[in-house]
Design a protein around this ligand. Structure first.
Ligand code: HEM
Length: 59
């Protein structure tokens, strides 16, 4: 669905940067408000691990 973007095909750097932006509470799209609470408590390690996992597994 357009409001819930697919995570596949993204570089790890892109996913990391998005999660850092959401963690900081900054909006990047119309529905960032749904994602910001999910990223709020992530550590730097969490973000690095999620980005590595998603970019290598979601094909
Ligand atoms: C492990 C859990 C999750 C991860 C790793 C994750 C990761 C991401 C990433 C990387 C993006 C950016 C996508 C892009 O820019 O193409 C994103 C966007 C988004 N996510 Fe999540 N997400 C998670 C859970 C959730 C949940 C539970 C919801 C629903 C409540 C959600 C709703 C959204 C929405 C609506 C967007 C688009 C926000 C916008 O318009 O800026 N996500 N997510």
């Amino acid at each position: 669905m357009a409001s819930f973007p697919s995570l596949k095909g993204n570089e790890a750097e892109y996913i990391e940067s998005r999660l850092e932006t959401y963690r900081a509470g900054e909006k990047v799209g119309a529905n960032s408000g749904l994602m910001i609470p999910n990223a709020k408590d992530l550590s730097d390690d969490d973000i690095a691990n999620l980005a590595a996992y998603i970019s290598s597994s979601f094909k």
